[in-house]
Ligand binder design. Structure first.
Ligand code: BTN
Length: 266
């Protein structure tokens, strides 16, 4: 089990993870972080669990991860930026998590709108944000992150869509080092957005995305929109060309049907 003092000892940042709560088993680290946030926990407070019994994914799904093999954690944020800018924030978080993974493992993960992280077309990490407003701003945002690190077997329903860092590295990876790397990248990115705004988010995200030009199906709470991705709007929306015209979407689950055959591959 990863202990709080082990996380804190190797941190390269000053706030994220300095106050750390670790659990063997919990329902959801997001639920616990929310309770802490309601009780005035400081910004950067971290909740980490080896096992979640009711891990939450986006769009009401569950997040399933084998105990002791992965990273499932949540961070309390108290953002100063206005709620109108929230659509760009998930993209910035995805880039920061990708950078933290790259620095700590050497693996290059790709970004899939809005904030999934992918390796060779399969999901290796997901991000769930939950927020509460106070007046014109945020009381807090709970940033929940699940990274498949050393898991090698996935349930039947996920087998074609999920992967882990270890499956791509070819060996087990140090979970504590990855957590510390991601916390460091997140704190630096967050401080940049807070001080200078979100103008750097889109180029950084696009440099890690391979879905521009792809044909996609977007599930919007049961209604499916088919189209070709033409870009990301300045506000962080997914721009699509469809048979009935051009659209910008701000929510939905994207399935890539075919990649752009003319896009350069690395
Ligand atoms: C997604 O659906 O892609 C988002 C997954 C987010 C999972 C993480 S695991 C830690 C935190 N606690 C939760 O209950 N969910 C998030």
């Amino acid at each position: 089990m990863i202990e709080a003092k082990e996380i804190v000892r190797g941190l390269e940042c000053s706030r994220f993870g300095r106050k750390a709560y670790t659990f063997e088993t919990i329902d959801s680290t997001n639920n616990c972080a929310r309770t802490l946030a309601e009780c005035d926990a400081p910004e950067g407070a971290l909740v980490f669990a080896e096992e979640q019994t009711a891990g939450k994914g986006r769009s009401g799904r569950t997040w399933v991860a084998r105990p002791g093999e992965n990273l499932t954690f949540s961070i309390v944020l108290r953002p100063a930026f206005p709620p109108e800018q929230i659509n760009l924030f998930p993209l910035g978080v995805a880039v920061a998590v990708a950078e933290g993974i790259h620095r700590s493992t050497g693996l290059t993960v790709e970004c899939k709108w809005p904030n999934d992280l992918m390796l060779a077309g399969r999901k290796c990490a997901g991000i769930l944000m939950e927020s509460a407003l106070a007046g014109n701003g945020f009381a807090y945002i709970i940033l929940g992150i699940g990274i498949n690190v050393n898991q090698r077997e996935f349930p039947e329903a996920l087998r074609e869509r999920a992967t882990s860092l270890a499956l791509h590295a070819g060996h087990d990876l140090d979970r504590t080092g990855i957590l510390q790397g991601v916390l460091g990248s997140l704190e630096r990115a967050y401080d940049t957005y807070t001080a200078s705004g979100f103008q750097g988010v889109l180029p950084a995200w696009l440099a890690r995305a391979q879905m521009i030009g792809a044909r996609v199906a977007v599930d919007m709470q049961g209604s499916i929109v088919n189209g070709t991705v033409t870009g990301i709007s300045p506000e962080g929306g997914l721009q699509l060309h469809t048979a009935t015209g051009d659209l910008t979407l701000f929510a939905g689950d994207v399935t890539i049907v075919t990649m752009d055959p003319y896009a350069p591959r690395n």
